[in-house]
Design a protein around this ligand. Structure first.
Ligand code: SAH
Ligand code: SF4
Length: 383
């Protein structure tokens, strides 16, 4: 199979164009077609010569993600289930801006992207890990999640303007509307979809470099948050990268006892090691880390858990995001009552920790990544 053109950096393309004796400014034109106009065919690149287009087509592909299913409505969270070239499914979730959660104010949207098909880490509460790990996503499959959502948005946006109505939910996003430059939608990325991002380190970093580059996605590194279940060595490695990404740790337990019960990764990298790696990351980057803490009834929602959590948060100068658990079919875990969640938040605040509690409604759709894929795969298997 041909390499997808969106897995190459500008430098790599320039080298290729030099090999072909093509002028380097042509790379600029190509990148504009790919990332600003988001076209999906070589023929659409009308200012490139036919000869160059043929050379490109002989060596590279332009793959798009097929929209297999979508949930949600325009003014709320929307979930996209993508079918990849090999038939595997992954999800992206488009979330209207909530500046309080992951950083600076934003007037647009956050896209939550996936990095693997399935997940090998098997956290006990998570739908993504339920059927194991299938494969890493390629660089272009990570990059393309943003492009496909933006393509979808420009089709939908123009339809809404013309017809004043909603569009077909299941329409494949394969056409390329123009011009697309003024229809940028996503300006924050959270790498919190399916998979453990730091277990697909090289592809993730290259994809984020492309999404960050001014010639590519143009999304600031500070607007990109990587979430990890706690791969300590890779956290250290990330600390040595030049780009200033935000880091979120899926903590979910503030003691080894709780974490061992629900997150097998803690046996490999216990809290001590994880926290040391986070401290090093923080010293290196000077950035605030976010601790994600899902509240699961009877597991980690007891008030006494706020003490070790507060002490970890203070040691790391971290902010805590409390997220009431989203029920996953077939799993025994439950969300605590609202009162319990509010008390947990108040107890953290009393200990001078900066914390937020996710209170949005509509959590059927807001549910963590992995659930739509699981549902769809099970439906297909039953057919
Ligand atoms: N593997 C990475 C990123 C993907 S998971 C990680 O674990 O950080 C993204 C977030 O969703 C994690 O914080 C994860 O713990 C959380 N999550 C998983 N299942 C959930 C559920 N059912 N309800 C709420 N959050 C969930
Ligand atoms: Fe994998 Fe993250 Fe889910 Fe754990 S929480 S199984 S690491 S996706």
């Amino acid at each position: 199979m041909l390499t997808d053109i969106k897995s190459l950096t500008r430098e790599e393309l320039e080298t290729q164009f030099k090999d072909w004796s093509e002028p380097v400014y042509r790379v600029e034109q190509l990148l504009n077609w790919l990332y600003a106009r988001r076209v999906t065919t070589w023929d659409a690149m009308t200012n490139l010569s036919k000869g160059l287009r043929q050379k490109l087509a002989g060596k590279f592909s332009i793959q798009v993600l097929e929209l297999a299913r979508k949930q949600g409505s325009h003014d709320t969270t929307q979930k996209f289930l993508w079918k990849l070239a090999d038939g595997a499914f992954v999800e992206s979730v488009l979330i209207p801006a909530n500046p309080a959660l992951y950083g600076e104010a934003s007037d647009r949207h956050t896209l939550c992207i996936s990095t693997q098909v399935g997940c090998a880490y098997g956290c006990k509460f998570c739908a993504s890990g339920l059927e194991g790990w299938k494969r890493n996503l390629g660089v272009h499959e990570i990059v393309e999640q943003i492009l496909s959502v933006e393509r979808w948005h420009s089709v939908e946006g123009s339809k809404l303007k013309v017809e004043g109505g909603a569009a077909d939910e299941n329409q494949p996003v394969t056409s390329s509307p123009q011009p697309a430059t003024d229809t940028r939608l996503v300006n924050n990325i959270v790498v919190m979809g399916m998979g453990e991002p730091l277990a697909n380190y090289d592809n993730l970093l290259k994809a984020l470099k492309i999404l960050n580059a001014p010639w590519g996605g143009g999304i600031g590194a500070r607007k990109i948050t990587i979430s990890t279940s706690g791969l300590a060595p890779q956290i250290r490695k990330l600390g040595n990268e030049p780009l200033q990404f935000r880091l979120a740790i899926s903590l979910h337990g503030a003691t080894d006892e709780v974490r061992n019960r629900i997150m097998p990764v803690n046996k490999k990298y216990p809290l001590r090691e994880l926290v040391n790696a986070c401290e090093d990351y923080q010293h290196e980057k000077g950035r605030m880390i976010t601790l994600e803490y899902i509240l699961i009834a009877g597991i980690n929602d007891m008030l006494e858990q706020t003490r070790p959590l507060a002490s970890l948060a203070k040691r790391l100068h971290a902010k805590v995001n409390l997220i009431p658990y989203n029920k996953v079919e077939d799993l025994p875990w439950e969300r605590p009552t609202e009162a319990v969640c509010e008390k947990f938040l108040a107890a953290l605040e009393d200990q001078n920790v900066t914390a937020t509690l996710r209170r949005e409604k509509g959590h059927d759709i807001d549910a963590a990544c992995g659930q739509l894929r699981l549902k769809t795969e099970r439906e297909l298997a039953a057919k």
